[in-house]
Design a protein around this ligand. Sequence first.
Ligand code: ADP
Ligand code: MG
Length: 629
Amino acid sequence: MTQTTTAQTHSFQTEVKQLLQLMIHSLYSNKEVFLRELISNGSDACDRLRFAALMDASLMEDGASLGLKISFNKNENTVTITDTGIGMTTDEVIENIGTIARSGTRQFLDALSGDAANDANLIGQFGVGFYSAFLVAEKVELTTRHASQPADGGVRWVSDGEGEYTIETVAREERGTSITLHLRDADKEFAEDFRLRGIISRYSDHISLPIEMPSQEKEKKGEWEAVNSGSALWSRPKNEVSEDEYHRFYQSLSYDTEAPLVTLHNRVEGNLEYTSLFFIPQKAPFDLWDREQRHGINLYVRRIFIMDDAKYLMPSYLRFVRGVVDAADLPLNVSREFLQNNKDIDRIRSASVKKILSELSRLAAKEPESYANFWNEFGKVLKEGIVEDHDNRTVLADLMRFNSTRSEEAEQTESLADYFKRMPIKQKAIYYITADSHNAASTSPHLEIFRKNGIEVFLLSDPVDEWLVSSLGEYKDKPLKSVAKGALDLEDLATPEDRKANEAKEKDLAELTEKMESLLGKHVKSVRVSQRLTDSPACLVADETDLGGNLERILQAMGQSAPDAKPIMEINPDHPLIRQLSPEHSQLEDWTRVLFDQAALSEGAPLPEPAAYVQRVNDLLTKATLTGN
Ligand code: ADP
Ligand code: MG
């Protein structure tokens, strides 16, 4: 019995309306991508049904085999795309393509550049593919029945893309989805056999399900024929795949308009057989830093799609890698839990990581410019590898690039190996400073003595750098040492005469530093004479075993509690401001507090009492003016 409700009218959410307006009125070029998007959705729906049927075979009961059919009607100006996939329930229709803006919608709108050709290509990237139907259609009719629903449990959805849609319950014989596009007059060209076939072979040839169209041969009238070659590209021998084919396959995975920076196609034989095809993009995707983002590896078993977003195949620090792994010996009904604890998967993953890292090493050595581009896009992510991946730390360390005092620019171009080569033999450590910006790092007073002695210091200002240096610890047996922590190794920095002179100054100023220490009280661990400063009067130093100011601030910003370790204040014995101070100075307290606050400011630390600081500075300035000093 067919039970049909009357159609109900719903309204799209504002963001969806904006998106539709844009599809209809602004994106003129590259309209053909609508077909790629609808085919991709149909193919996904078939993959999902196959996967669901592994648990519940009854879902496939009505027998229709998985695939897509594309037909057109020239007289009525329509194109229809039908799939025998899982279909949608009423709620799913409303949620997936109806009222509610999907998470990518806003980001898509924000990412638009105004260049219509480029913008049309972004559609798939942001998960708003369905709406691309409105690039060519003035009305879209969708009928669908979820595989779990009875024959009268279908849904019909109709919209002209102008803000509203209707939805009603209908009968639908076959499970799956049909989408009929009523083409605009200007877009009639798409109701044309050769046009549709051309688009399919361009964008969807590799889809492994049959995509069929009505045969145009007279004697085969009424028959359907496959129009895609459907061979899984990765299963073909490397030397038979052209660069252009790789490129288009990559595009179908990533929706990236540019060619990939790196293509790695590999077949592994032996007791664990698999094929992998990996791509590294030229540009970071918009969701590189989104924790919820989907990972880029699709898992197949003997060419049958198992799942995308296969997290266990690639560590998170290589989340920008796109591609396919096709394993010969896994069961077809693998679950995510199975993958998590599977030895074969672990082996595939570890071999894949090694392959990718060795390709990056090759790039760094042979094509430094390409590597520099790669680093600009993905360096911050790759740095996480030092923390996450103990096994590959040595290789990863050589892939790292940092900024150093050697260059004026903020670009990260210096490697540990080059630093190592440049450093004087007697230098005991590899020096670095961390701060929350390149500017704060490069202007830090801690660098003064290093600059004076011509010793290179890495300037680190990515948040991950703090974890990187503490995980790495050393490079080729030289410890990585913060210039802002602990005592300096004076053998690297001072002549024996300098050291003698310093000891004398320490003695002379012992009373002053003690007095200052008691004036600062709970704010410092101690006050001492500095070996680091040449130009600034004072600086703050972390004790050897403390976290350091920058890391404490990062942790606090992340909402984590950081032990509130007190810094050590160091004063520059040769600075005129310090030289005019003595334990008996009438304004010693004001001076001490101002020096302390300034040292904190130059580290990029916020002052707890900015008003008190300003007041003190003004008092001291007024006094200096009045006395003519
Ligand atoms: P995406 O494919 O990136 O998720 P789309 O806008 O193309 O974004 O599709 C939105 C959602 O609508 C899909 O995720 C899917 O849940 C649903 N959908 C679209 N087309 C179909 C279809 N032919 N069969 C089943 N579900 C579909
Ligand atoms: Mg889609």
